[in-house]
Design a protein around this ligand. Sequence first.
Ligand code: THU
Length: 164
Amino acid sequence: MQEHSYQFSYALYDSIDDLTEEDAWLLSEAREVTEHAYAPYSNFHVGAVAKLSNGEILAGSNQENASFPVGLCAERVLLASIASLFPKVPIESIALSYRSSLVDSDHPITPCGICRQSLQEYEKRVKHPIRLILGGMEGKVIIIPAASMLLPLSFSPEDMGNGR
Ligand code: THU
């Protein structure tokens, strides 16, 4: 038997004020984009904004449905639109924020499991890590260098003999 371990490092900032100008701008855009979420069922409005390596900025927000499983997270709405509009262009960073009348938006949230799976395969597709800038409307901010760090031992295209 061999024991293996996994660890990763991320940056924790006290507030948006400690970020670089560009990261702070991206996070403030994500905060604004929460306005475009359609979240009447959860009342949890999520905004995601990406900066691509060609300088383009794109936004996504969660889109729910009365048939609950139909709903999509902000991250996957964003990835689908990037893949459609700018296929093969690497994503440098994605900022994520949220608001809700039920809970305070005072700490970062991290992508759900399904979105982690989608984000890690996107990194593989375009062979480029996606930085995550995670923060609420206020409070601490986390920056993770690559989304795939959040999904160790993941199921991946290589497992299906599809190592593109
Ligand atoms: N949600 C996101 O859009 N992104 C996340 O990272 C976490 C959860 C959405 C899904 C659902 O519409 C609502 O937030 C509550 O789970």
